[in-house]
Design a protein around this ligand. Structure first.
Ligand code: SF4
Ligand code: SF4
Length: 319
């Protein structure tokens, strides 16, 4: 039962928008979406494939609105493998019922192990068997985290599971991707972008996305480099030579020009801090190549600029 009034919804919508540096227009859109979610007109189903559950933990670290408000007042989360008390065959019955009605918003965390289907099971059946029907009947599908969005660590070079992203899985199954799947990458996904994307989808339909990556522009249009507080050092070519130094972190391995997300605006844990402010180079955790190759450069201390294949477009954060 919805306990929120219009003023509460507008407040949470405005908080969500302001937290990511979005205009007040988004606040009104988010409030409209939250209204439908809070009144159970649209239900949310969360399923997990191959993942570390980091995106679930990140979602629970949401602030303004906090986890209690999100879970008990704002969204009708009918099932989450870690948070829900419902177990066993009751889960299957509940999901069958939901699937037959359709119209729900599906969030999937993790990559799908198509090479070893039994590596990821649901009610004793491979997830690869049950997922297509659940996806087909969903109103919208959100791939949360870089594993779900792009394959991420489970599909890294040398893996034996044949893990693929939700997009690849949908394409393999002949399921419609266009105007249905939204990718919200990140390792983990920021809770604001996940909740905001769900609210936008419900209120306005499919959002403007990057045509190649299917990431919503409102959160993933600009690179970390574009909005980095150390960008002035980059321009002046003042580089940190060791951890703890002032300066741009590029020589310590920063991949900010290759990562598109809203970290510089939102920061993490309610704005407490974030990678670059803490002096840690960005590892481009939202990029499609994150951790894919064996020699992915998490940190490349002392390497030279040319060690990373930056283009001029990358440098400007527009690629
Ligand atoms: S390279 Fe990294 S630290 Fe330097 S300006 Fe870009 S994002 Fe900031
Ligand atoms: S700053 Fe970079 S590595 Fe850190 S969370 Fe943001 S995108 Fe990921």
């Amino acid at each position: 039962m919805q306990t929120l009034n219009r003023r509460d919804l507008l407040r949470w919508g405005a908080c969500l928008a302001a937290g990511a540096g979005l205009s007040p227009w988004y606040g009104d859109v988010f409030a409209k979406g939250l209204d439908q979610l809070a009144s159970h007109r649209v239900k949310v189903l969360w399923l997990t494939a191959m993942s570390c559950s980091g995106c679930s933990v990140s979602f629970l670290n949401t602030q303004d609105p906090g986890p209690v408000e999100v879970l008990t007042e704002l969204i009708s989360l009918v099932y989450h493998p870690v948070l829900s008390a419902i177990q066993g065959s009751d889960v299957g019955k509940m999901i069958n019922e939901l699937t037959s009605k359709g119209g729900y918003c599906l969030i999937v965390e993790g990559a799908v192990p198509v090479g070893i289907p039994m590596a990821c099971q649901f009610e004793g059946k491979p997830l690869t068997d049950v997922l297509p029907e659940i996806i087909r009947n969903a109103r919208a599908v959100i791939a949360t985290g870089t594993c779900a969005a792009f394959g991420g660590i489970p599909s890294a070079e040398g893996n034996c599971t044949g893990a693929v992203s939700i997009r690849e899985f949908m394409e393999q199954q002949g399921l419609t991707v266009s105007e249905r799947l939204v990718n919200c990458p990140g390792c983990p996904t920021h809770p604001q972008s996940l909740l905001g994307t769900v609210a936008y989808l419900i209120a306005k339909g499919y959002p403007p996305v990057n045509p190649k990556l299917l990431t919503p522009d409102m959160y993933y249009q600009h690179s970390v480099h574009d909005e980095c507080p150390r960008f002035h050092y980059w321009e002046k070519e003042v580089f940190a030579e060791k951890f703890g130094d002032d300066g741009c972190l590029f020589k310590l391995g920063c991949l900010g020009p290759l990562s598109h997300t809203h970290c510089p605006r939102s920061q993490w844990n309610g704005g407490a801090n974030w990678c670059i402010r803490a002096g840690a180079p960005c590892t481009a955790c939202t990029s499609e190549n994150f951790a894919k190759s064996r020699n992915f450069p998490f940190y490349r201390k002392s390497e030279k600029y040319y060690a990373v294949n930056y283009t001029e477009a990358d440098r400007k954060g527009v690629s």
